[in-house]
Write a protein that binds this ligand. Structure first.
Ligand code: GDP
Length: 317
């Protein structure tokens, strides 16, 4: 039986403008709930007083923390302090203000990069803090680990129903296609599309092409997050994954097929590989009776269509 139906709830979706926030907003439309959102201009989440007052004035029953500064491997390396500070301040302010106002339920979104670089594959929830992190995204990971622990310890000390989920690498409509800061899928879609348009013979991927990444379409990811919100209340966090991972080279080849590019794929070994593999164990999620629906091919098609419509057609990339 569902333990926390969203019917009639006032839900504050913090971070509604990002890829995950937008997907959550689409999923929440299916619920008979009131969704509250504020733009960055209207509410600065780095300002504790403003965040505290916003919750006091708007009285959400439920808070979803999807606000984050997120980047791919190079963006994380270039701006590690920003990723640590910005993600930490958002987690601290929202979670503390939710505690002070005794918000009924809070869902905090982390990421699979919180786990140790050499965690056993598939990565269990309890391998958290069992070893050193991947250095390229240490700032981001430490902020996310702290957010998760804040939610967990406020639960332990004050009995609030605060929970966290750790989604794997997600992609899809609304992704960041900026060549410098994007993740691998949007980075490749953008680069391979340009190569096709320019009639290039080859494209170059970063690193050796051998690392493996688990991929989940963001609509599946958002559905899983709401499923956990509605069906779970407990101390530990929950992994959200598809259960399947691919080498970067396989992903590049899949994007080539989606885009219709027939040239060669080359590797730029001067660029970092990051973690070799980070497939997660999502058995806890499966036990809650949720499984993904969107396969890689279908998901890439959807992401590419969105890119063509919203980014390429708009002349921004
Ligand atoms: P990560 O999962 O945190 O490592 O983040 P990314 O999605 O940025 O990178 C995943 C892997 O894809 C790394 O091994 C990258 O070196 C590799 N990769 C290959 N080509 C690209 C690209 O064009 N952009 C990005 N971001 N990564 C790429």
């Amino acid at each position: 039986m569902m333990i926390y139906p969203l019917e009639g709830k006032r839900i504050w979706l913090a971070g509604h403008g990002g890829m995950v926030g937008r997907a959550l907003a689409r999923q929440l439309q299916k619920e008979d709930a009131t969704v509250l959102v504020r733009t960055r201009q209207e509410l600065d989440l780095a300002d504790y007083k403003a965040t505290f007052e916003w919750i006091g004035d708007n009285k959400p029953d439920t808070v979803i923390v999807a606000a984050a500064q997120v980047s791919g491997i190079i963006g994380n390396q270039l701006y590690p302090a920003d990723h640590l500070y910005n993600n930490l301040v958002v987690a601290m302010n929202i979670i503390h203000a939710a505690h002070q106002h005794k918000v009924e339920k809070l869902l905090y979104l982390g990421s699979s990069c919180i786990y140790p670089k050499f965690a056993e594959i598939p990565i269990n929830e309890d391998s958290l803090l069992s070893g050193p992190l991947e250095p390229t995204n240490e700032g981001y990971a430490i902020a996310k680990i702290t957010g998760l622990k804040l939610a967990e310890l406020y639960r332990q000390q004050y009995g609030h129903d605060f929970i966290s989920v750790m989604p794997t690498n997600m992609y899809g409509p609304g992704d960041n296609f900026d060549p410098e800061t994007s993740h691998v899928i949007p980075g490749l879609i953008q680069r391979i599309h340009h190569a096709k348009i320019n009639g290039a013979d080859s494209i170059t991927i970063w690193g050796t092409g051998t690392p493996m990444r688990e991929m989940l379409h963001v609509d599946d990811g958002a559905e899983a997050m709401l499923h956990v919100l509605k069906n779970y209340s407990g101390k530990g966090h929950i992994n959200i994954g598809s259960g399947v991972d691919w080498t970067i080279l396989e992903l590049a080849e899949a994007v080539c097929r989606t885009v219709g590019f027939e040239g060669k794929v080359e590797c730029d070994k001067s660029k970092p590989d990051g973690t070799a593999r980070k497939l997660m164990n999502s058995d806890k999620l499966r036990a809650l009776r949720w499984a993904p629906k969107i396969g890689l091919e279908e998901g890439l098609r959807d992401a590419y269509d969105w890119y063509l419509r919203e980014v390429w057609a708009g002349g921004t990339a």
